[in-house]
Structures are given as structure tokens and as C-alpha cells.
Design a protein around this ligand. Sequence first.
Ligand code: ZN
Ligand code: ZN
Length: 368
Amino acid sequence: MRDGEHAARLAAVQDLAARAGVDALLVAPGQDLQYLTGYDAVPLERLTCLVVPASGPISLVLPRLERLAAEASPLGRLGVQLHPWGELDDPYAMVASVLGPVDRVAVDNHMWAEKVLALRAALPNAEQVLAGPHISELRMRKDEAEIGALLRAGAAIDRVHAAVPSLLRPGRTEREVGSDIADLILREGHVRVDFIIVGSGPNGASPHHEVSDRVLQPGDVVVVDIGGTMPDGYRSDCTRTYALGSVPDGFAEQYAVLLEAQQAAVRHVAAGVSCESVDAAARDVLTAAGMGELFIHRTGHGIGLDTHEDPYIVSGNARPLEPGMAFSVEPGFYVEGQYGARIEDIVIATADGPLVANQGPRELVIVA
Ligand code: ZN
Ligand code: ZN
């Protein structure tokens, strides 16, 4: 992170708030707080709230016992005024007194409902709106350092996928394979495992299946979708589909269509094309092959400090891609009771077209 980057982000979000007629943004621990200040606080029951007025000094209301942690984080160098509260204080009243009179406050999208409602009670005259749309205007446009972080995350998860064929053997359970994958995700440079999907046989037809005690069988198709968080906070997310020995009748032909669809969508990525047209580029290939009904989700999601964030690659999102926007391209097909398949890469739009963060082979990997 460049010196001054967080200060620039805070100034930019103040500007967006002012233009939107919002008096202040109220940001709780989470990726918005991390993005704006570098303070990666754990969301807990005690209130921590960054108070960002549309102009003027920025404050952090926080539990007294977390003051040292906040000061030690990059936030400590931003000149943010700290307002520590003791166990018997009312932190919501403290936010109200820091704010002064306000008509409209924007609360971050991931603030817990109990805190949103307590803030409503402490600020009875202030309309509450969402801060997410303002902060995501900044977060969805990645700078060079963030693009570098996503490429490193992509390379790390590629190294994990390279080892997956050696873990898939008939007789092992999805859970055993998933446990080995978790170890590898950490060994290859992540600090946290975010999710592990090992969808074998019919479980592959459930796109958000995680792991189960199902025992891998010869002839299984196995969808492996995995991701973690790197030390700098940026996330990986990559899916490959494997087969144990032979594949079911007709599967190879369907997989070839899926690969064509995924590559068509990646090739379509360019500054100025709409998010929904990237979705259509994948979907049209599957539909033309009579497989449109089997593709039951959007083509992708933005990625950065969160695994799922703006922009979403989905029909109805006419937003044009801009250089620096990063998102997954992950079409799939799902046949209930039998199998599923998905191919997922993280792609970054650049002025010169798509920059793909994942480089592992996308062809069906047959594990002998
Ligand atoms: Zn994924
Ligand atoms: Zn994904």
C-alpha cells in the first residue's frame, strides 16, 4: 500500500458523500473499513464505528480495549481522531455527539442490524441510507497495487489446483480432500481459507455445495471451487473440474461447450463493454448448444478485499467495464442427480483487453 493511499480514499469517499447529499458515512469493521483506513478490525458486539463526515475531520469511536490495535494499524497514521469508550459508556451517544446535527447518514452495508437500529435510536432525526454504493464506486476500480495483489492471489490458488489431482482418489471423502486443500491454501501463501467446494458426482450439481462425507467413486466428475485471503487482504477464487477415470456419457461434449463459453466471455472483456454483455457472451454459447437451462447462475462477481463485490456480471447490469475492474468469469452447467461442471478464472479489465489472474489448465483434468 502506497503512503497516502488511504488518505486519498477517505478524501474521495468524502467527496462522493458530499455529492450524494449524505452528511456522514458510518462504517463498521469489515472490508469497507479496511479499504478506507487499513484497519482490519474484527466485527464484535462492542461498537467500532468510523465516522466520515462529508467534510471535516474523521473520527473513530471504538472500545477502549481496542485503541492500541487501531493505533498500530495504518489507521494510526491517518490523523483520524480516536474516541475510545469504556465499558460503562454509551458508544452510540458518542457517535451522535461526534456527528452533531445531521439529516442523513449512510451506514455501511455490512453493519450488524443491532448497531444500525441503535444508531437510529441515537440519531432519531437522521434518515439512514446505505454507504455501500458510495464506497463500492471506489473499491470496484482497482489500482496497480490492487491488480498486483489479485495476480499474486491467483498464482497462489493456481498452485493449490496444481496439486488437487494428487488428492482425488476413489475411496476418499470430499471432506478428507477438502481438509488437504485447506492445508495447501495456507501453505501456498494465503492467511485464511475462505471456502472449499468439493462437489463430487451429484453434489457437483449444487453450485454452493461445500464438502460432505460422500466417498469419491470411479467415474465421478468433481467440481473443485476454492479460495482464500492473502496477507494483504485480497482474495483468490478459482474453479476447475476434474474426472476420476472415465466420464459419464455425453459429459465430454458438454464440457467442451462450457470451455468454449468461458473462453468466449473472457475474450469479450474490454473497457467499455457492459457487464451484462460478458454474461451474454458465455450464456449464448451454452444456449446455442441447448444447455442454457443448465446454467443456473450469473456469470461472475467482482472480487477484491471481498470474494463477492461489485461489479456483478449478470443480465440487467448495464454498467460498462472500466480498466481495473476485477471479477470472476465462471459459467457452469448442472444436471441434478448426476453431476455439475464449472470453469472459473479471475479476470481484470484493462485498456488492452482481459488480464487473466488464473493460468492453470482449463481442460477437463482426468485423474487416472
Ligand atoms: Zn469460485
Ligand atoms: Zn467465484
